[in-house]
Design a protein around this ligand. Structure first.
Ligand SMILES: Nc1ncnc2c1ncn2[C@@H]1O[C@H](COP(=O)(O)OP(=O)(O)O)[C@@H](O)[C@H]1O
Ligand SMILES: O=C(CO)[C@@H](O)[C@H](O)COP(=O)(O)O
Length: 470
């Protein structure tokens, strides 16, 4: 049996799955936490990767590995490949003003949508580079190469072979703000606009190309059976990997409830939404991945559980005890500011509190409904009439989320078996590298469970009315 490994180095943790390359059967898995915060030294990802690999029983018997990771994070390296400063993550909003400035300087949102498929907000790497140039000019000047979390981890697994060897893929490149999904090429002019100079950027690999090799005994790899080398697939952004892992079909929309909330579909042509709501990303197969991202998803549930002093399961039970609509109690959960809509300085807001709805159950329900309303707006912004809506991510493990989502989305929701779909997609990409076929190998998956519910009149309208005032 040939084994492949997939890595998901996401915001809150690193997960590793080892699967049979031919059938996709899960053989073993492991995970390790990342530190909290929106800027962290990339060494923390490397340490967590090694811990997760060890927890998964090692990867010495694995033939190929692929790293998927949180998108957009700014990793600056000097000419020797040393990290210049802590990485700024996708959910760090300090570059919001830099984003506004860049949008104006290029001639407005439509010019960016045409140039890169997306209108940059604080999440995009290009805005973080402008912030760096303005606030830490000495660090900007030392930056000889800029890359993303998955690029850096893949490069480290290959033994950090000099900054000229850095690679990336179309999916992750499309979240930088200086690469065009429509032309498949970098926009060095935009990099220069942001930073004043053009550091080296990773080579963009074809979807099933080899990024490099990891050597037996290398840190994080361990001894490789028979002295063989571990082949490294290109890797990709976590959402692109989730699309591969969930086996996204044309007509499907995925709603992923992780640290971020994302809503995305697979497309044959690039998109360019000048409103900025839909990011026109590329995917990991050579196609495209229009995507809406919110900053506030599973952690809204974590926050509500903390306030109510219950476990995630306890929050779910409470939410299901309250009536649909939470008796008029509405939470607009902009707990970390918000990205879609672009309100980086916003905070959350609880409206409609009355004696009759002042119960833990109503608050739990308002948290679930508020978080889902933001994602329902994402579904609308995609402008599709999906054949299937698939719900994945840590938040989809909540029974209340599964049962309330169809009422807020106004359509049935399909929930695949709980799993690590990002790591699975990375593993599938690694299997694709081994197969050398035009399309990724087909892996069998179980049937998703369908959830249906009557729409609750007024919930989304009330949410929209309050959100508009924030
Ligand atoms: N049963 C559950 N109910 C509600 N939330 C859950 C449950 N299990 C996990 N989560 C939440 O899912 C989140 C992690 O999801 P995940 O998709 O792994 O995120 P990321 O990939 O961004 O690190 C955490 O905030 C966690 O609290
Ligand atoms: O910024 C985006 C998408 O554009 C986020 O989706 C990040 O990619 C982080 O993902 P998670 O850690 O929430 O999975």
């Amino acid at each position: 049996m040939t084994l492949v490994a997939g890595v998901d180095s996401s915001t809150q943790s690193c997960k590793v799955v080892v699967r049979d390359a031919e059938t996709g059967r899960l053989v073993r898995e492991g995970r390790a936490p990342h530190p909290a915060g929106t800027e962290i030294h990339p060494d923390h990802w490397w340490n967590a990767l090694q811990e997760a690999v060890a927890a998964a029983g090692g990867i010495g018997d694995v033939a190929a590995l692929s790293v998927a990771a949180q998108q957009h994070g700014m990793v600056c390296l000097d000419e020797h490949g040393e990290v210049v400063r802590d990485a700024l993550l996708w959910n760090d909003t300090r570059s919001a003003r830099a984003a506004d400035d860049l949008v104006t300087e290029l001639g407005g949102p439509a010019a960016w949508a045409e140039a890169t498929g997306s209108v940059p907000v604080a999440s995009f790497t290009v805005t973080k580079l402008r912030w760096l140039a303005e606030h830490e000019p000495e660090n900007a000047a030392r930056t000889a190469a800029v890359c993303l979390p998955h690029d850096w981890l893949t490069w480290r697994l290959a033994g950090s072979p000099g900054i000229g060897a850095l690679t990336t893929d179309r999916g992750d490149a499309s979240g930088t703000g200086y690469w065009s999904p429509a032309t498949g090429s970098y926009r060095p002019d935009l990099l220069k606009l942001a930073m004043g100079h053009t550091p080296l950027v990773p080579r963009v690999l074809d979807p099933a190309a080899q990024a490099g090799e990891a050597h037996a005994g290398a840190p994080g790899v361990g001894p490789v059976a028979g002295g063989a080398l571990l082949r490294l697939a290109p890797g990709t952004g976590d959402n692109m990997a989730a699309a591969l892992g969930a086996g996204l079909l044309p007509g499907d929309v995925v709603v992923s409830i992780g640290t971020s909330g994302t809503v995305f579909a697979c497309a044959d042509a690039p998109s360019a939404d000048a409103s900025g709501a839909v990011a026109g990303f590329a995917d990991a197969t050579g196609r495209f991945l229009p995507l809406v991202c919110t900053l506030n998803a599973a952690r809204v549930l974590d926050a509500a559980a903390r306030i109510l002093e219950v476990t995630p399961a306890g929050l779910s039970d409470l939410a299901l005890q309250a009536p649909p609509g939470a008796g008029g109690l509405t939470l607009v959960p902009y707990l970390e500011g918000e990205r879609t809509p672009n309100k980086p300085d916003a905070s959350g807001s609880l409206h409609g509190l009355r004696l009759s709805n002042s119960t833990p159950a109503h608050l739990a329900r308002a948290a679930v409904e508020g978080m889902l309303c933001g994602l329902a707006d994402g579904l609308d912004a995609l402008g599709l009439d999906p054949a299937r809506v698939l719900l994945i991510g840590g938040g989809a493990r909540s029974e209340a989320v599964r049962r309330i989502a169809p009422s807020v989305f106004g359509r049935p929701v399909l929930v695949p078996e709980p799993g690590e779909y990002v790591a699975d997609g990375a593993a599938r990409q690694a299997a694709w590298l081994l197969a050398g076929t035009p399309e990724p190998p087909r892996w069998r998956s179980g049937d998703p469970e369908t959830f249906e519910a009557e729409p609750v009149p007024g919930v989304r309208a009330r949410y929209a009315e309050i959100a508009a005032t924030i």
